[in-house]
Design a protein around this ligand. Structure first.
Ligand SMILES: Nc1ncnc2c1ncn2[C@@H]1O[C@H](COP(=O)(O)OP(=O)(O)OP(=O)(O)O)[C@@H](O)[C@H]1O
Length: 813
């Protein structure tokens, strides 16, 4: 006999049941991973162990054997006593036996027996019941029937319904597919029927509950599928009907599919493609007429329209970049130098891999600042041309709404993407030059602050994940070259200015203007007028061009000049059409004929002819300009009425800002206290004691700043002494109560304006002397620029000599 080294449960370990028990000696048939309950009929394959058990049983007295659940290292406590119903072939062809389990038996110690099987003591333990049993049985039966109904196992329901014996009913659980082998073994080991039924009721309830949830989910899924199938069918029918009606516009039922192919064919970045496909999905589900489907289409069109994957290769050759800049613009040498340096650094960084892919560190933003018409915008275009990139201009003047930059959220009616996204689409490439025009005219109000959105755009550390509210995905702007233009640097929001590299363009001299007109403006306008340059149909000489620049226009840039030339050429075209012989030659003598009377004649002489008017120099958004400061006294009315003493006040007009008003106060106080040192006699000083009125034309233009200080002192001194200010003199500088002259800004622009206005002597603060390095040589040659430290010296030099009795007599003679 074979000895099995497994631990056998001794009878002593379990309490002996009070009911009648019967102890048998039986061969063991191990059943791994399974438990057979009494009442079950099971087929077994005749393995060695089964064969041994069955033949041992047949060799023993009554042919019964013990089906013992086999655990990992031992047998279970209980098994089932079984008889062999049949021996034969199983459906698969293997030899097998059909066994019928009859009763549960507690497995005891090993004993000896015939054959090669293991023999054990088996104590048959009958099931015990109580008066509660029938009730529990009925409850369980109902539950079992319910599970069977769910599985549509109708025949089995009948069989179960027919079982009256509660113990047998409980043991039918051996068939239940939802119970584990472990649970079934527990049932085998539970001899009390009530206990068996109680656990079974619980397990079956759980199973039914799980079943219900699963059914519900399955039901929902099915319903969803049915709905979409239904919709699909309806759509197909709709498409067929449309086709039949000949009405298959772009809004046809297959629009969504169309978008899907377009999205799949487009070269979209991964996350963009994902977002787009999500929208296509929504479109497929949305009905054609719903407003949502309209929004989705617009969104998809916007996304698909963008130039994904389109990039231009940068021309990195510095020499040819310079050539392009030179060809497009006259002069501006230092500006072009700066631009070329900037481009060289950029391209070197890129070639050294410092510009990480999609990345940071692409450098600051170049900002071109200066008055209108000096070529800021056209320089931007030239930069794009020099690099071989496409160019777009985004005008920021008056933009107050953050959504203009960042786009509207899609829930807005008529939502649009922001200007930058639109600019990319317009540019047709993902790395264009984008010119942010008039960045100093950005506003902000309750609709948000556009400058903060721009900040993100211009920050190389952030702009590779720019998020447009409309698109709702991250956009990489790090390959875009941003440029900015501004008229007034002070108006650029501070944080933005921080990220910019400023290049100042101050304006042109007369000679520059003539050259620009000759080389660029004239040929362009000739062509626009439909005339030819070669052979020339209209000829203009340099003197005429100079006269247009000086007497028909007054500006820092060349925009009015270009307009005047356009006007001139239009008139010339009419004359040619009227039969005038080509070429028409235009010199200074003919200008009046074409352009009417000069609009700007030197006016300083006329303005400063009376005492009390001095010529100052100022900088406005339009560039440098001359401005006249007029002073007059209002005779103290109170002297007539006898009141005396208190000094008169100061009346200021001409829309002066606070700083300028203070300058006027300072000028007056200075003269009142230092007048005698300046050589003002008593009459002159008492003139300043009355009410003084200072006016700065043009009254409608707001003015501010401290740089008119010296001019105010001079105007007041002129008024007090009755000596007019020399008409060829201009001046600028802040003044202190002690008469010191402090430095000011915009020297270059002011000197350009002084030259334009025909002045010859200009007083500037001594500490501004280094600024003269930036001033064109021809301007310095035309002007006598005198750096000063004390306003008294300016007054002395600026006033006409005193008119004495002799000199006036000499004049009269
Ligand atoms: N140095 C120059 N050489 C040739 N053309 C010039 C030069 N400067 C300006 N121009 C021409 O003058 C015209 C006006 O220039 P542009 O529009 O670029 O001025 P802007 O400074 O941008 O003015 P705004 O501040 O009003 O935008 C353009 O046609 C430009 O080509």
């Amino acid at each position: 006999m074979r000895i099995e080294w497994v631990r056998l449960n001794s009878l002593e370990e379990t309490s002996v049941n009070t009911v009648n028990t019967e102890t048998l000696h039986l061969p063991v048939l191990p059943v791994p991973d399974q438990a057979v309950l009494p009442g079950m009929v099971v087929p077994v394959e005749l393995s060695d162990a089964a064969d041994a058990a069955i033949s041992s049983a047949q060799a023993g007295s009554d042919g019964r054997l013990l089906l013992a659940p086999r655990l990992a290292d031992r047998y279970a406590t209980f098994g089932a006593v079984a008889t062999v119903e049949q021996l034969g072939r199983l459906p698969g062809g293997a030899r097998g036996a059909v066994l019928r389990a009859e009763s549960r038996a507690r497995i005891g110690t090993g004993v000896t027996g015939p054959g090669s099987a293991l023999w054990v003591e088996a104590e048959i333990v009958p099931s015990t019941t109580s008066e509660r049993t029938p009730k529990l049985a009925a409850e369980y039966k109902a539950l079992v029937v319910a599970t069977l109904q769910k599985r549509n196992a109708w025949q089995i329901i009948d069989t179960v319904e027919a079982i009256d014996d509660p113990a047998l009913l409980a043991d039918t659980a051996g068939w239940a597919p939802y119970l584990s082998a472990e649970q079934k073994r527990q049932l085998l080991e539970t001899t009390d029927v009530d206990a068996r039924l109680t656990v079974l009721i619980e397990w079956t309830r759980d199973h039914l509950a799980e079943q219900e949830v699963a059914d519900k989910i399955a039901g929902d899924v099915r319903k969803g599928m049915e709905k979409s199938q239904r919709e699909f069918l309806l759509r197909q029918q709709l498409a067929a009907i449309r086709k039949e009606l000949g009405d298959s516009g772009p809004e046809g039922a297959d629009g969504a599919a169309d978008y899907r192919t377009r999205v799949e064919a487009a070269d979209l970045p991964e996350d963009v493609a994902k977002a787009a496909l999500r929208e296509v999905g929504k479109l497929e589900r949305a009905s054609d007429q719903s407003p949502e489907s309209g929004w989705i289409r617009t969104w998809l069109d916007t996304v698909l329209e963008m130039p994904w994957g389109v990039r231009t290769d940068d021309r990195t050759d510095v020499a040819s970049a310079r050539q392009v800049l030179d060809a497009d613009h006259h002069g501006l040498e230092d500006v072009k130098d700066r631009i070329v340096e900037y481009l060289a650094v950029r391209s070197r960084r890129a070639s050294r891999g410092l510009q990480v892919v999609g990345g940071r560190g692409s450098g600051a933003v170049l900002a071109l600042a200066g008055p209108p018409g000096v070529g800021k915008t056209s320089l931007g275009e030239s930069i794009a041309r020099a690099l071989g990139r496409t160019f777009v201009r985004v005008s920021l003047g008056g933009v107050r709404d953050e959504a203009e930059i960042r786009g509207h959220r899609r829930t807005y009616v008529g939502a649009l993407p922001g200007r930058l996204v639109r600019a990319l689409t317009e540019a047709g490439s993902m790395n264009p030059v984008v010119l942010l025009d008039e960045i100093d005219k950005l506003g902000s109000d309750y609709r948000g602050d556009p400058s903060s959105a721009l900040l993100e755009v211009l920050d190389p550390a952030q702009n590779h994940t720019f998020r447009d509210h409309y698109l709702e995905f991250d956009l990489d702007l790090s390959d875009v070259l941003f440029l900015a233009t501004a008229n007034v640097v002070e108006n650029i929001p501070g944080p933005l200015l921080d990220r910019m590299e400023l290049v100042q363009i101050d304006g042109y001299t007369e000679e520059d203007k003539v050259a620009i007109a000759r080389q660029h403006l004239w040929p362009r306008q000739v062509e626009r007028a439909g005339l030819t340059v070669d052979p020339a149909e209209v000829l203009v000489d340099d003197d005429a061009l100079r006269m247009v620049a000086t007497e028909y226009t007054r500006e820092a840039g060349v925009r009015q000049l270009e307009r005047a030339l356009a006007k001139l050429l239009r008139k010339a075209t009419v004359r040619l059409a009227d039969g005038a012989a080509a070429p028409l030659a235009i010199g200074t003598a003919q200008l009046r004929d074409y352009l009417g009377r000069p609009r700007f004649t030197p006016e300083t002489a006329e303005r400063t002819a009376v005492p009390g008017v001095a010529t100052g120099l100022a900088v406005t958004g339009m560039g440098g300009d001359v401005l006249f400061i007029e002073a007059t006294t209002v005779p103290p009315a109170d002297t007539a009425t006898g009141g005396h003493g208190g000094r008169g006040g100061l009346t200021l007009t001409g829309q002066l800002g606070d700083v300028m008003k203070e300058s006027a106060q300072i000028a007056l106080s200075y003269l009142r206290s230092h007048g005698s040192a300046l050589g003002l006699d008593r009459d002159a000083l008492s003139a300043l004691e009355g009410t003084v009125h200072l006016h700065v034309p043009a009254g409608a233009v707001p003015k501010d700043g401290p740089s008119a200080g010296v001019t105010m002192v001079t105007a007041l001194a002129s008024l007090a002494t009755g000596r007019p200010v020399r008409s060829d003199v201009g001046m600028t500088g802040e003044v202190t109560l002690n008469g010191r002259v402090l430095p000011i800004g915009g020297v270059k622009q002011k000197l350009l304006a002084a030259a334009r206005a025909g002045l010859t002597t200009v007083f500037i603060p001594q500490r501004n002397e280094p600024d003269l390095d930036d001033v064109p040589a021809e301007v310095l040659a035309a002007l006598d620029v005198r750096p000063m430290t004390d306003v008294a010296d300016i007054v002395a030099a600026a006033l006409e000599p005193a008119v004495t009795a002799e000199s006036s007599a000499a004049q009269a003679a």
